[in-house]
Design a protein around this ligand. Structure first.
Ligand code: FAD
Ligand code: NAD
Length: 469
């Protein structure tokens, strides 16, 4: 029989993902006594099985595909002979990055004076957690003044295709023991396309089944056109407007139903289900708090307060957009509020990047969003085909688009697709958050030759005087 240990603290953070660990670090920096409870690994989904490992995987796949491109008689004059991929080494390299980052998070928490308790937590009430430690030491009861819920999300399971055997989620897809010969991906969203493209580049045959008529349905058709072109070039087979029914009797194919209700088998050695994620609300006593919900997410106000006093919630648990940088920003805000500072959630925009080939970035409103919001807006596009740097990178597909109010030229949105555009998200986000006008962006000297010149040129074009197109 274990004895229960008792601890008390001011802020108790449940979940050590980007939301929870950032909240804890900031609270520690502000002198708030803080305990963080994590059941699996510091860094959460993002560092262990999400953002970071997927980007490592995508980079390795790209390096392999480039080596093969050179081997096939590159116009650059680089000559390489029959490159091969050592998948076990790729996974080890990826794991090494994860290890460095998660160890770093542990060190940052320690430096901030945060106590980390490893184990699965159960909510007793709005001020108490019970934690069963991972190392089988005595269970701990922790009482707090403020409880911050940051339990993240889990992959959606499809009724006909439960996880197990050949049916995997992104978690297994990021640590493969071997490459499947034929991979069927369900869902052409972020995960489906990021990982589907990487698997194809590594050598698997990839088919994607998507319920809507579009890949990356959250983005407009012009933005996704260069991604569609890559999918075609790589030979990724698309089944749009189709739904999956389940595995065939022999388990060697996915049964797919078309819009006209025909059914056909799609051969598969592995099936990656990437049909969205849902907040992690079950298995730790959350229902006992009877918090107000917004669908499947915990409902929060503009300070991340839940319907219960001094119980806060951040990150994927609070719904879309389920992005690591949103979780971190919410976490930082809650730490400040708990420390007694004045804060409110009012970002002008939250950037979103899809790390496909080429990359897609959206910040703020696109022309259709602006119209829907009743804003009289202008927009302009600058193509990378007219950008010198793009040519030297062998990648002239794509463009930068700016959206601004017609009356005062305030920039309200940016969209871009092209190689390396993820890094433009900083310039895009900053210009919107700082209230830049088209003239501000157009009047800033951008370094030559860079992709960033397309940002300046898009603004110039919206003003009617682009120089290089
Ligand atoms: P999580 O990161 O999910 O962390 C929650 C933590 O809480 C977990 O560590 C969990 O173990 C712990 N926990 C839960 N319940 C308990 C309990 N009862 N007791 C103890 N511990 C508990 N976002 C981006 O912005 N950019 C990307 O490029 C990107 N790529 C992604 C790629 C993939 C494959 C996936 C799956 C996701 C990706 N995301 C990306 C999304 C991003 O990972 C999430 O938005 C982010 O991790 C959410 O942070 P969070 O703190 O809310 O939750
Ligand atoms: P998603 O919402 O991006 O895409 C899911 C796709 O699956 C959609 O296109 C949807 O129409 C389709 N779909 C749903 N049910 C289906 C069915 N039964 N049959 C066929 N298609 C179906 O979700 P995801 O790709 O699983 O990613 C989950 C979340 O993780 C994202 O919402 C995002 O917030 C986060 N994420 C972000 C990044 C990034 O920022 N680069 C990368 C990966 C994941």
């Amino acid at each position: 029989m274990h004895a229960m240990k008792d601890l008390t603290t001011t802020l108790l953070v449940l979940g050590g993902g980007p939301g929870g660990y950032v909240a804890a670090i900031r609270a520690g920096q502000l002198g708030v006594p803080t305990i963080l409870v994590e059941g699996v690994a510091l860094g959460g989904t993002c560092l262990n099985i999400g953002c970071i490992p997927s980007k490592a995987f995508i980079h390795a796949a790209q390096a392999y595909e480039e080596a093969r491109h050179q081997a096939n008689g590159s116009p650059l004059g680089v000559r390489v002979q029959s490159p091969t991929l050592d998948l076990a080494q790729t996974v080890r390299w990826k794991d090494g990055i994860v290890e460095r980052l998660t160890t770093g998070v542990g060190a940052l928490l320690k430096k901030a004076g945060v106590r980390v308790i490893r184990g699965h937590a159960r909510i007793v009430d709005g001020k108490t957690l019970e934690v069963h430690a991972s190392d089988a030491s005595d269970p701990v009861r922790i009482r707090c003044e403020h409880l911050l819920l940051a339990t993240g999300s889990v992959p959606v399971e499809l009724p006909g295709l439960p996880f197990g055997g050949p049916v995997i989620s992104s978690t297994q897809a990021l640590s493969p023991a071997a490459l499947p010969r034929r991979l069927v991906v369900v869902g052409a969203g972020y995960i489906g396309l990021e990982l589907g493209i990487a698997y194809r580049k590594m050598g698997a045959e990839v088919a994607v089944v998507e319920a809507t008529e579009h890949v990356l349905p959250a983005y407009d058709a012009e933005l996704t056109r260069p991604v569609l072109a890559t999918l075609k070039r790589l030979g990724v087979v698309l089944h749009l407007g189709c739904s999956v029914q389940g595995l065939s009797a022999d388990g060697k194919a996915v049964r797919v139903r078309t819009a006209t209700a025909d059914e056909f088998p799609l051969p598969a050695d592995q099936v990656l289900v990437a049909a969205g994620r849902r907040p992690r609300t079950e298995g730790f006593g959350l229902e006992g708090l009877q918090l107000d919900m917004a669908g499947r997410s915990v409902k929060i106000d503009d300070q991340c307060r839940t319907s219960m006093r001094n119980v806060w919630a951040i990150g994927d648990l609070t719904g879309e957009p389920m992005l690591a940088h949103r979780a971190m920003a919410q976490g930082e805000m809650v730490a400040e509020l708990v420390a007694g500072n004045q804060r409110r959630w009012a970002p002008a925009a939250i950037p979103a990047v899809c790390f496909t080939d080429p990359e897609v970035v959206v910040v703020g409103l696109n022309p259709t969003d602006a119209q829907t919001a009743g804003i009289d807006a202008v927009h302009a596009v600058f193509p990378f085909a007219a950008n010198g740097r793009s040519m030297t990178l062998e990648s002239t597909d794509g463009f930068v688009r700016v959206v601004a109010r017609r009356d005062n030229h305030l920039v309200i949105g940016w969209q871009a697709v092209g190689r390396g555009v993820s890094e433009l998200s900083a310039a895009f986000g900053q210009s919107i958050e700082m209230g830049a006008r088209l003239e501000d962006v157009a009047g800033t000297i951008h370094a030559h030759p860079t992709l960033g010149e397309a940002v300046q040129e898009a603004a110039l074009r919206a003003l009617g005087h682009a120089l290089h197109v």
